[in-house]
Structures are given as C-alpha cells and as structure tokens.
Design a protein around this ligand. Structure first.
Ligand SMILES: Cc1ncc(COP(=O)(O)O)c(C=O)c1O
Length: 329
C-alpha cells in the first residue's frame, strides 16, 4: 500500500470539493438566489485546509520533517490533520487558556500540543523559535502566497458549479488569507468584476481599520467573540487586493454574528462558528439590501455566494453561552 506522502506526491490534495447549495431560506431574506459554499464540511472543518494543505504538501516535498503551527483554531486543526496524512509529526502551540476540546481534537490528530503565553502572539513567538530547528517548518495561518494559492481552488469550484458569475461573493476576513485567495481565484477564472463583501466583527476588524486608514493598522486588542477572526493586523496582500477588485469592507456586531449562527442553525440545520456568522450576517442583518439601496451593489444581483467558512469552534452549549453573554438568551 502507498504511504499518504506517496499519494500526495502524485498531486492529490487534502481538501474535498464542497457542495454549493441553493438556500431557500437565505434567498427569501436576500430577495435573490443565495448559494452556500459549504466549507464547514471540509475534513478539518473549515476552508483552511485548502491553503494549509497546499502549504504542507509543498513543505513535505522540500523535505520538511516536522510541522509547527501556532493557531488553536481552524488553521491549527488543518495543520495537524495534514501532518497526520503526510506522516509528518506536528507541534501546535496554543496560548495557555486554550479550550480543552481543541486540545483534545489536536491530540486526537496525533499532534503534540504546547501551551505557551497568554495570547496568540506569544504562542507564535514560540512556534517561530521551534521552526528554527533543522527540518522544522512553521505553517502560517493566513499570510503566505502558498496559502492563497491553495484557497484559489474554492473559486475554481464555484466556476465549475455555477458557470456564470454570481452578483457578489460574501466571505469573512480574519488575517485576510481567504480574501487574498478568493481575490486571486476570481481574477484567475475571469470573474474579477464580481464584488467581494468582506465581513468582520467589531473588535476583530483589522481589515476595515486598514481600509479606512489606507494603510495597515494594528488593533490594540481583539475583543470580538469571533476569535478565529482575531488577527490584530491584516495581511498586506489583503489590503493590496482592494486596488485590484471591488471589495466592500463591512463590520457587524458580535450579537449580529451570533444571531446569524442561530438563524442558520434553524434554517439549514448546520451549526457554524461566529466567524462564519459574520459572513451570514451580511444576509440576515439586511446589510446586503442596504448596500444595494445605497448603490454600492447592483439592485439586481444575479445571485450571491456566501462562503460558509467553518464550524469547528462551537457546540450547542457554547452557542447558548454566547447568546446569554450578548444578551440574546
Ligand atoms: C471559520 C473561519 N472563517 C474565516 C477565517 C478568516 O480567514 P483568514 O484568516 O484567512 O482571513 C478564519 C480564520 O481562522 C476561520 O477560522
């Protein structure tokens, strides 16, 4: 039997082609056809596996002997999953307060888990230090050309499934990897005229802050409950994309993102995390209609695609707690 690495060396990849579902419920709210690109059903639970899978495969081809990643969220889970498939050991470095379910999930993937520092930045320093060891490679969660290249596959799948371009693409922005890869993907399939609605939650809005300032801005703190969107500074490439495509940067409140998670659960029977709720809130909060009314999006959109980016960091109890915390119990 071939080793997993041999399979990958032949050009296979770790992500799956995800379903593109027409949502009756969201289409009713939006007043136009809404398609859901269901990245929540990826093997590691989010779109991250596209870029990180690509990065890890390239690292493996170059002889990497140990993968390191400093994310306790979807990037870390994707890195641990890819490492297991490649037969390469992985160390995932998390801040000390990391949740036990995440630690167990990572250990279940066979990764070594190190708890270092109070916040991600400290864990990241440790990951960078480890990656100086011979044969060790640090997996960047969002800021690397190979990550963006891997994410491009998502837009290729949209093109194959839809044929004609949607009226808009809605996605969530954390560090901007999905935005950079989505933009490259649109340009690559000749859909560079499709506007992107780039959604963030307040308190994790580093892209919006950068767009308003016209330069990179480092947020003093991450205060949003959408921790997976919690990069303090967006990737420079994400900001550069605004020169190449029409990108509308929009910010919703945590309460709107969490309300969207609850409505999506009721409408589609899928539980996703607040980071994904930020994208869904573009429809549920009426934002899309407001952008149309303000002339920032066409009043007649052919369709809208929402990237349902992931559903790892949530369960029914966490959703109840979030609603109680945000005053919507
Ligand atoms: C579920 C989910 N959605 C969106 C994002 C944002 O992705 P990016 O950091 O590439 O902007 C993340 C990042 O971790 C995520 O986990």
């Amino acid at each position: 039997m071939e080793t997993p690495l041999a399979e990958c060396a032949k050009g296979g990849h770790f992500h799956v082609v995800t379903p593109l579902l027409e949502s009756w419920a969201l289409s009713q709210v939006a007043g136009t056809t809404v398609f859901l690109k269901c990245e929540n059903v990826q093997p590691a639970g989010s779109f991250k596996i596209r870029g990180i899978g690509h990065f890890c495969q390239e690292a493996a081809k170059k002889g990497c002997r140990h993968l390191v990643c400093s994310s306790g969220g979807n990037a870390g889970i994707a890195a641990a999953y890819c490492a297991r498939k490649l037969g390469i050991p992985a160390t995932i470095v998390l801040p000390e307060g990391a949740s036990q379910p995440v630690v167990r999930r990572l250990q279940g993937e066979g990764a070594e888990v190190q708890l270092v520092g109070k916040v991600w930045d400290e864990a990241n320093l440790r990951a960078q230090e480890l990656a100086r060891r011979d044969g060790w490679v640090n997996v960047p969660p969002f800021d690397h050309p190979l990550i963006w290249e891997g994410h491009v596959s998502l837009v290729r799948e949209l093109k194959a499934a839809l044929g004609s371009p949607p009226g808009a693409l809605v996605l969530a922005v954390g560090g901007g990897g999905l935005l950079a890869g989505g933009s490259a993907g649109l340009a690559g399939v000749g859909w560079q005229h499709v506007p992107i609605v780039a959604m963030e939650t307040r308190g994790a809005h580093c892209f919006n802050a950068a767009m308003e300032a016209g330069r990179l801005v480092t947020l003093p703190n991450i205060t949003s409950v959408a921790k997976c969107l919690g990069a303090k500074t967006v990737a420079a490439r994400a900001l550069a994309c605004t020169q190449e495509l029409q990108i509308l940067s929009e910010v919703v409140e945590d309460s709107e993102a969490v309300a969207a998670v609850q409505r999506f659960l009721d409408d589609e029977r899928m539980l996703v995390e607040p980071a994904c709720g930020a994208a869904l809130a573009a429809i549920y909060s009426g934002l899309l209609g407001r952008l149309q009314a303000a002339g920032r999006l066409s009043p007649t959109l052919a369709s809208v695609v929402v990237i349902v980016c992931g559903g790892n960091n949530i369960d029914s109890r966490e959703l109840q707690e979030l609603k109680a915390q945000l005053g919507r119990s």
